[in-house]
Design a protein around this ligand. Structure first.
Ligand code: TIU
Length: 224
């Protein structure tokens, strides 16, 4: 192992990064729309307070990546104000009057540029960090993320964010199919459904890391 390699204690076995410049932190959808009352998550009938527990852990990961000058990408699920990028199959989710584009207490639900669609203040991107708006659950769908990672020389992704079994898992599977090695941070991802989070962690690392690895945030901080 060279001095610039990383080895992170993980399941089902250590996550190895041959060269630390090849790693990026990918933070999925840490937006008010999912974490605060009155947003998209609440409109779908969820208790959004569950998701708030991972904010301090993600902040610790962000601080470490900033300190080591490693790339950070923040994704943001949202749609254009004219909804031209929102298929009816997606808009029809949620009770009438609380669908994507409808007016809520934080502005129009899941619309780019609205107050509720912004990041939670503790996890706001710093200058120079990449922000990727995305119309789908997966961060690679109609975003150009793959090309941006290639330009940075990134091959290994440390993944955090919400929700574990929806946007996080979809993104991890998309990344895996595109050849990225993926490490999902157990205490930096959360779901409205604890059983879905647990099942997702199990299924991604099963079969010898069929989709990727999982580790704690502490393991990442120790390795860095
Ligand atoms: N509903 C739900 O669990 N999640 C989403 O709609 N988006 C993300 O996971 N970001």
């Amino acid at each position: 192992m060279t001095a610039r390699a990383l080895e992170i204690a993980a399941k089902p076995h250590p996550f190895r990064v041959p060269e630390r410049d090849a790693v990026a932190l990918l933070v999925i959808d840490m937006q008010r729309d999912f974490l605060e009352p009155g947003g998209f998550g609440a409109a779908l009938g969820n208790d959004v307070t569950r998701l708030q527990r991972v904010v301090p852990t993600i902040r610790r990961l962000l601080d470490a990546f900033r300190q080591h000058d490693l790339p950070i990408i923040h994704t943001k699920e949202g749609h254009r104000p004219d909804l031209s990028d929102c298929p009816s199959a997606k808009r029809s989710r949620g009770a009438p009057g609380k669908q994507i584009g409808d007016l809520g207490p934080m502005g129009r639900i899941l619309i780019l540029g609205e107050p509720g669609n912004d990041f939670v203040p503790e996890l706001a991107p710093a200058p120079g960090e990449i922000v990727v708006p995305k119309p789908g659950k997966g961060a690679f769908y109609r975003t150009g993320l793959d090309a941006r990672l290639a330009a940075l020389g990134v091959s290994h992704l440390i993944i955090a964010g919400v929700t574990t079994e929806v946007c996080v898992q979809t993104t991890m599977r998309e990344a895996n199919d595109r050849g990225y090695e993926c490490l999902l941070i157990e205490d930096a991802t959360e779901s409205y459904f604890p059983e879905f989070k647990a099942a997702t962690l199990e299924m991604v690392r099963a079969q010898g890391a069929i989709v990727g690895w999982t580790a704690t945030a502490s393991a990442v901080l120790e390795a860095l």
